[in-house]
Ligand binder design. Sequence first.
Ligand SMILES: [Zn+2]
Ligand SMILES: [Zn+2]
Length: 241
Amino acid sequence: MSGKQFEQCSICNEFNKKKIDDLYSLQMKEIYEACNVKSRILYEDELFWVIPSLGPVSECHLLILPKAHTYSFALLSEEQLIKAERLIKRICNIVNKVYGSSVVFEHGTLNEKMHSSASCNHAHMHVVSCDKSIIPFLEKDGLQLRRVGKLSELKEQLKRGAPYFYYSDNTLDSFIMDDTIQESQYMRILMANVLQAPEKGNWKTNFGCTEIVAMIHKMKKEFNEAQLIEEKAELVQKLNE
Ligand SMILES: [Zn+2]
Ligand SMILES: [Zn+2]
């Protein structure tokens, strides 16, 4: 990755503390002060951050991000994808415990120039509290759903050379489909419609500060506990090495 790309990425800028993107700084300040936190990172391990999404489409809307800048999860290594899958399951368990149920999706792109539905070029997996499936709507929009067993099967998309959507729902079925739609924020806008809150679809016009603050307050304890358990497990692993 070139220095220029890094500078242009608002995620890298925000979480590597180089600078806070001007577009978000004021809104973030409000959230940080209300929650008494210094950043919106709810959880982290050696490879990933978990943060509340801007413009949550549901009561709980999180993003899982690789710390190293890359365009999508399909571009992670096999080993990283195994760790990502484990983390996604843990995060869903936490969301399910607090909010009842969750779905997972990604707007995936393979390089900077590829036209896709991703509105942010730093890879991010969405986890949304939701008890509905959007599969019928995806099919209605003409998307060809291919069932995947493991998250590492996302790598097959590299051979297809096309942008993609990843979707996993409450039935624990996971799918990948070529992104033939290529409309910015497609999955989250669809999700907001299914949840009967279409006004929440576009995060750029609906920042959702109040909802983010409520989510952080509600989830902080759960994530602190999860973080402690993870740190303890890492320590035991290191002692055993
Ligand atoms: Zn980045
Ligand atoms: Zn997205």
